[in-house]
Design a protein around this ligand. Structure first.
Ligand SMILES: C[S@@+](CC[C@H](N)C(=O)[O-])C[C@H]1O[C@@H](n2cnc3c(N)ncnc32)[C@H](O)[C@@H]1O
Length: 325
């Protein structure tokens, strides 16, 4: 480790990290960004207590706080000297340490519960999905904008991550020599299979898999689409990294999701974890994932209580995005 700090900063860092609960919080956040209430459950501590620890960690630049509707999430600071200190400290902890192992297993429980609620939701809503989707925005407008952003070239290989009922595959598949749709829900895949067959698409392969670990080869898709999936995920940044990994040198990634909003009911009723994403957050994730060139489209709602849909198109080189303009 080659980081250097002034004496005062070292004392502050030692103060912030030199407490068992705070070290445990850092180890938990190294795994995934978490909401305060989730940390309380894992640590079995009250919210005021956990919030106090988080405040100290945030003041020492060891964690970042980001409000999302009425919830507040925390993640480890992304880069810089403080991050090197965290990584170093955590690398020195015995992997078999019983306290951290216990925390890990409690976190597994929280994550499994969350994933199973989402799976049940998608299984139960598979047949109603297109109807649910259109409650919030005009599908036709969004799809027109996606077609425009995807450029006019023929697509060699399209990858649709979290393909659901296959809407993106039927929209863009006719222009693709080859298309892959990947989803975690077998029910969704069954409907996508029917929809793509009905659309006469013989070139579509539907795979069961996780967007965080697609098992697809590096840089092999000239169009990767992630449409209305990121807001369900515990670690959307990891999904952006995985999607970016698949993008060919002359390819582009299109992410469609909501702008930040305040419809809290979507968490309970529709399993949304994040209430939208800011342009800054998305640009940072994409840049860190190697796709620094970004074109933004914003589609405001057509009803007063609706949601703004954002399309983030990203590429490795500016030329690739100019074709979309
Ligand atoms: C709102 S639907 C959107 C589907 C499709 N992209 C569309 O717009 O019609 C979200 C989809 O993401 C899938 N999904 C959620 N988490 C996933 C994960 N970790 N890996 C793969 N698919 C996932 C769900 O099963 C669901 O089909």
């Amino acid at each position: 480790m080659i980081v250097k700090f002034a004496t005062k900063q070292i004392v502050e860092l030692l103060r912030a990290t030199g407490e068992p609960s705070r070290l445990r919080i850092l180890a938990l956040l190294a795994r995934e960004e978490l909401a305060v209430l989730e940390l309380c459950r894992v640590l079995d501590q009250s919210q005021p207590r956990v919030s106090r620890h988080l405040k100290l960690l945030a003041e020492a630049n060891l964690v970042e706080r980001f409000p999302d509707g009425a919830w507040v999430f925390y993640r480890l600071t992304g880069s810089g000297r403080e991050r090197e200190v965290i990584d170093y400290l955590l690398s020195q902890v015995d992997p078999g340490d019983t306290v951290l192992a216990h925390d890990r297993s409690r976190l597994d429980g929280v994550l499994t519960e969350r994933a199973s609620a989402a799976r049940t939701y998608f299984a139960e809503n598979a047949t109603r999905w297109d109807e649910i989707r259109s409650l919030y925005v005009s599908d036709a407008d969004v799809e027109d904008a996606i077609v425009q952003v995807s450029g006019e070239r023929r697509i060699r290989r399209l990858v649709d991550l979290g393909s659901g009922t296959g809407r993106m595959l039927t929209l863009l598949g006719p222009r693709a020599a080859q298309a892959v749709g990947l989803d975690l829900s077998q029910q969704m895949l069954n409907i996508a299979r029917r929809n793509t067959t009905e659309a006469g698409l013989a070139n579509v392969e539907l795979r069961h898999g996780d967007i965080l670990d697609t098992r697809l080869a590096d840089a092999t898709a000239d169009l990767v689409v992630v449409h209305q999936v990121l807001h369900y995920l515990g670690d959307p940044a990891a999904a952006v990294r995985e999607a970016s990994r698949l993008v060919a040198a002359d390819g582009r990634l299109i992410i469609v999701d909501f702008a930040p909003h305040k419809h809290e009911f979507l968490r309970e009723a529709h399993q949304h974890r994040r209430l939208g994403f800011s342009d800054e957050e998305m640009a940072r994730w994409l840049t860190e994932a190697g796709l620094p060139h970004l074109a933004l489209t914003s589609l405001p709602p057509n009803r007063s209580d609706g949601l703004t849909v954002k399309i983030w198109a990203a590429a490795r080189t500016p030329d690739e995005l100019r074709i979309a303009a």
